[in-house]
Design a protein around this ligand. Structure first.
Ligand SMILES: CC(=O)N[C@H]1[C@@H](OP(=O)(O)OP(=O)(O)OC[C@H]2O[C@@H](n3ccc(=O)[nH]c3=O)[C@H](O)[C@@H]2O)O[C@H](CO)[C@@H](O)[C@@H]1O
Ligand SMILES: C=C(OP(=O)(O)O)C(=O)O
Length: 418
C-alpha cells in the first residue's frame, strides 16, 4: 500500500544483479571445487535456483544472511531438473549446458511460456546441438546426451539471446576445442559470467562484444566472485526521484551499466551524475519532458526497464511512444496504469502515452516482475492511496523494496504477502 505525493530524499543501496546471479549459480555444476559468490541478492528467484541446484545434489550454504553463497557440486547425484521447480522460473534452463558439459547427459524440463511472451528455448538447443549434443524432446523434457563429450563449434545466433549465450558459454568451457559464439549477447551479466568462469580456469575472450571465443579446458576449479550490481534495480530506483521529485543517490550504481537509459532520463529533464558513492539523481518538482523509447539488446534501452519508464512518462509533458522489440506481450502494466488515470494506447508492440497532470491512486494488480514495480513507482507519484496486489512477482527481483523506498521518505507498507 502506497500513499503517494512525497518527494524522495536519501540513499538507496543497489544489490547484486538477479540476472547475473541466476547464471553464475549454475556455473558451479562445471566443477567439483567450491564456488563462492559474494554480493548475492536476497530474492525468491535465488531461493528457487538454490532449490533446483540442491535437487541435483549441489550443496549450497548461504552466509552473511544470504549475501554470500558457497556452492559445491562435488557430489552431483542427479542430472534431472524437474518441471515442479523449472516452471517457477525460466532461468532454470541454465543448468542444461553445464550439466551436459560435466556429466555428458541431462534431462531438463522445458520452462513453457510466460506472461510477457512465448519465450522459446530453441536457440539454447541449437547451440548445444552444434556442439555435438543429441537432443530429444519427450514428455515436456529436453533429454540431452553427449556421450563422447561436447565439441567446440561455431555457433551463430539468429537473434541476440542472453540465456542461450550463457548456456552455450558455460557448455563451451569444458568442450573439446574452440567454440566461437557469434551474434552473442553483450549484456553486463554475460561479462560477469565470463569473468567468473575465467577465474575458475576457463579460457574465454571477447565477452561484451558480439563474438566470444572459448577454448575448452579439461577441468575447471573453484573461485570467489562478486556479483555485478543490478542495473535493472538501479534503473528502477533512479526513476523514483524522477517521478516524485527530490534527490536520491543509488549507492554502488555505475553509469556504464545504464548508459542508454540515463540518456533518456537526461532527455526527459532528469539529472543523473556518477560520483564516488554511486549515481545521484535529482529532479526539480514539476513534469518531465515526453521522450520516445525503443527497447533493444544491450547496449540499447533494456526491456526490463520499459514498464518503469512508462510509469514516469504517464505524467510527462507531451506524448511519448514506447516500442517494445524484445517480448511480444510486455505491456500488461498499461491497463493497470490506466486504472490510475494514465492515458495510454497500445497497438501491438507500440504504446503511446499522453502525459496527464497527476495520477490518482487505485487498487491495481501486478502481472509480472517489472510490471509490479512500475505500479509502485506510479503509486509514489499518485494522489491518494494505491494498493498493488500479487506482490509475490516483486519479491522475485527486488529485496526490501519497502525499506529502501521508506528510508527516502516514501509512504509504503506491505499489508499482506499476496
Ligand atoms: C534471467 C534473465 O537473465 N532474464 C533476462 C534475459 O531473459 P532471456 O535470456 O530469457 O531472454 P533472451 O535474451 O533469451 O530473449 C530475447 C528474445 O529472444 C527470444 N528467444 C530466446 C531464446 C531462444 O531460444 N529463442 C528465442 O526465440 C525470446 O523469446 C525473446 O524474444 O534477457 C531478457 C532480455 O534482456 C531479460 O528481459 C530477462 O530479464
Ligand atoms: C523477465 C525477467 O526475468 P525472467 O527472465 O527470469 O523472467 C526480468 O528480470 O525482468
Amino acid at each position: 500500500m502506497i500513499r503517494g505525493g512525497t518527494p524522495l530524499h536519501g540513499d538507496i543501496p543497489i544489490a547484486g544483479a538477479k540476472n547475473a546471479c541466476l547464471a553464475l549459480m549454475p556455473a558451479t555444476l562445471l566443477t567439483d571445487a567450491p564456488l563462492t559468490l559474494t554480493n548475492a541478492p536476497r530474492l525468491s528467484d535465488i531461493r528457487t535456483m538454490t532449490t533446483l541446484l540442491q535437487s541435483l545434489g549441489v550443496e549450497v550454504s548461504a552466509l552473511h544472511r544470504g549475501k554470500v553463497l558457497v556452492l559445491s557440486s562435488h557430489a552431483l547425484d542427479s542430472q534431472r531438473a524437474d518441471y515442479d521447480i523449472v516452471r517457477k522460473m525460466r532461468a532454470s534452463i541454465l543448468v542444461l549446458g553445464p550439466l551436459l558439459a560435466r556429466c555428458g547427459q541431462a534431462q531438463v524440463s522445458l520452462p513453457g511460456g510466460c506472461a510477457i511472451g512465448a519465450r522459446p528455448v530453441d536457440l539454447h538447443l541449437k547451440a548445444l546441438e552444434a556442439m555435438g549434443a543429441e537432443l530429444d524432446l519427450r514428455d515436456g523434457y529436453v533429454h540431452a546426451k553427449a556421450p563422447g563429450g561436447l565439441k567446440g563449434a561455431v555457433v551463430e545466433f539468429e537473434q541476440v539471446t542472453v540465456g542461450a549465450t550463457e548456456n552455450a558459454l558455460m557448455a563451451a568451457t569444458l568442450a573439446k576445442g574452440t567454440t566461437e559464439l557469434r551474434n552473442a549477447a553483450r549484456e553486463p551479466e554475460i561479462v560477469d559470467l565470463a569473468q567468473c568462469l575465467r577465474a575458475m580456469g576457463a579460457r574465454i575472450e571477447g565477452e561484451g562484444t558480439g563474438t566470444i571465443t572459448i577454448e575448452g579446458v579439461d577441468r575447471l576449479g573453484g573461485a570467489t566472485h562478486a556479483v555485478v550490481p543490478d542495473r535493472i534495480e538501479l534503473g528502477t530506483y533512479m526513476l523514483a526521484p524522477a517521478i516524485t521529485g527530490g534527490e536520491v543517490t543509488c549507492l554502488g550504481g555505475r553509469l556504464d551499466l545504464v548508459a542508454a537509459f540515463a540518456e533518456k532520463l537526461d532527455e526527459a529533464g532528469v539529472c543523473c551524475e556518477e560520483n564516488e558513492r554511486g549515481i545521484r539523481v535529482s529532479c526539480r518538482n514539476g513534469r518531465v519532458n515526453a521522450v520516445d523509447v525503443t527497447t533493444a539488446p544491450f547496449p540499447g534501452f533494456p526491456t526490463d526497464l520499459q514498464a518503469q519508464m512508462m510509469a514516469l512518462l504517464c505524467t510527462a509533458q507531451g506524448k511519448s511512444v514506447l516500442e517494445e522489440t524484445i517480448f511480444e506481450n510486455r505491456f500488461m502494466h498499461a491497463p493497470e496504469l490506466m486504472r490510475m488515470g494514465a492515458r495510454i494506447e497500445v497497438h501491438g508492440g507500440s504504446a503511446t502515452v499522453t502525459g496527464v497532470d497527476r495520477l490518482k491512486g487505485a487498487p491495481v494488480m501486478a502481472t509480472d516482475l517489472r510490471a509490479s514495480v512500475s505500479l509502485i513507482l506510479a503509486g509514489l507519484a499518485a494522489e491518494g492511496e494505491t494498493v498493488v496486489s500479487r506482490v509475490y512477482h516483486l519479491d522475485r527481483g527486488y529485496e526490501k523494496v519497502e525499506q529502501k523506498l521508506g528510508a527516502c521518505g516514501a509512504h509504503i507498507e506491505r499489508v499482506s504477502g499476496q
